[in-house]
Design a binder for this molecule. Structure first.
Ligand SMILES: Cc1cc2nc3c(=O)[nH]c(=O)nc-3n(C[C@H](O)[C@H](O)[C@H](O)COP(=O)(O)OP(=O)(O)OC[C@H]3O[C@@H](n4cnc5c(N)ncnc54)[C@H](O)[C@@H]3O)c2cc1C
Length: 371
């Protein structure tokens, strides 16, 4: 067990495991990952894996034999626009699926195992309570039972609840989601839906099947203290959209909520020798809530920057991490505009007209329009 590893990573979710895996690929040997949970562990999440996420999983060598084997395949996901029209994604010809759905209990264990197999030291059941600061830099981390791990670089990959590990304390929680799982008899196969009901915009609700018989239904709202609104939206999803996917559906586990740190702006990812990856850096999409691909991408770029820093000693290598992430996730800059457009009826109509002309979308039916 390295007591003075080169890099300590706090959190073994997708962002932490991706960082660890790619560090080892870059030849950095002493990588220690600490996670307060023991795996497999649950994580509230729709488990939707976009093509971007699948590409990253492929890079890590876990796509073919593990993720694609375990996940539910959704070649034809569809979006319900505020008008009630449904736009279906055009199936692709390559090996990736338009969307996969995989329960996070399974996905995160696959990723954690991959990082461990590649050579990362991973300690489960260890909670980090504080970053240790000395002479204006981070010297390491302190755990709940008082142990200190010093490191050249610390990566915070602790997800939406990373506030205490940030110099600016709690960052504002922009979204809260409520999610339930339902079981029943399958009706539609190979589809999943993202519902931009007029009353939900710019957020949405989802129906994501994890298997033929288990479906995950959820909704999100901006800001805290909106439990009533969340419950009302979930009710709409269950009564109006779930029956397309599952017959005689009944709740299969407790319905719960969880915060999501999203942002329209990519900022504050580097603080000296501390790097923030995934949701610890607010890298979730504020409209779609997608956060897994960004977690994997940011972990990969953080690893590249850290490896360059450990090789050269140049602090600017760490600073370059944020710019690289900004470049790769440049669509974040436009999401505020898309949100503003979606909120207006005329804007949503315009957006739909544009999408209809995009070859990516295949079918358009007036499926859910009010009579
Ligand atoms: C309801 C809901 C639905 C979502 N649906 C989707 C979806 O369908 N598709 C998608 O792409 N994204 C979705 N997201 C977003 C996605 O779940 C996150 O963005 C993603 O999990 C971020 O990964 P991460 O590695 O940064 O953090 P996490 O996955 O949260 O992992 C953080 C890890 O850090 C550990 N940890 C936390 N604090 C400490 C500490 N102090 N010490 C040690 N360990 C610690 C935790 O135990 C955990 O293992 C959803 C989110 C929610 C809430």
């Amino acid at each position: 067990m390295p007591l003075n590893p080169s890099v300590v990573i706090v959190g073994a979710g997708p962002s932490g495991s991706s960082t660890a895996f790619h560090l080892l690929e870059h030849g950095v040997q002493d990588v220690l990952v600490l996670d307060k949970a023991s795996f497999p562990r649950d994580k509230l999440c729709g488990g939707g894996l976009t093509r971007k996420a699948q590409q990253e999983l492929d890079r890590m060598g876990v796509y073919d034999d593990e993720v694609a084997t375990e996940a539910y395949h959704v070649p034809k996901p569809y979006i319900v626009m505020p008008s009630g029209n449904a736009l279906y994604a055009r199936p692709r010809e390559d090996k990736l699926t338009q969307m996969l759905v995989l329960n996070r209990r399974i996905l995160d264990e696959i990723l954690m195992r991959r990082a461990r197999q590649r050579g990362a030291e991973i300690r489960e059941g260890v909670e980090v309570t504080e970053l240790v600061r000395e002479d204006g830099r981070c010297a390491g981390v302190r755990t709940r039972d008082g142990e200190i791990f010093s490191a050249d670089v610390v990566v915070v990959a602790a997800g939406a609840r990373s506030a205490r590990l940030r110099p600016d304390g709690a960052r504002s929680v922009e979204l809260v989601a409520l999610e339930g799982r339902y079981s029943g008899e399958p009706i539609e196969h190979g589809t999943a839906c993202l519902v931009f009901e007029e009353a939900f915009t710019p957020q949405y609700g989802w129906v994501f099947p994890e298997s033929e018989k288990i479906v995950n239904v959820g909704v999100a709202v901006m800001g805290r203290g909106k439990a009533k609104e969340l419950r009302a939206r979930l009710k709409v999803m269950v009564s109006k959209y779930l029956p397309r996917h599952l017959g005689e559906a009944c709740v299969s586990c407790r319905t719960t909520g969880f915060p999501i740190h999203a942002s329209y702006k990519i900022d504050d990812l580097v603080d000296g020798n501390v790097l923030y990856v995934g949701e610890a850096g607010s890298l979730a999409d504020p409209l779609t809530l997608e956060g897994i691909s960004q977690a994997l991408v940011s972990g990969r770029h953080a690893a590249g920057s850290i490896a360059a820093y450990l090789r050269t000693g140049e602090a600017s290598c760490l600073g370059a991490y944020q710019e690289t992430v900004r470049r790769e996730l440049r669509h974040f800059a436009y999401m505020r505009w898309v949100a503003a457009i979606l909120k207006r009826r005329s804007g949503a109509r315009l957006l739909e007209a544009v999408l209809r002309r995009t070859p990516k979308w295949l079918v358009d039916e007036k499926r859910f329009a009010s009579p």
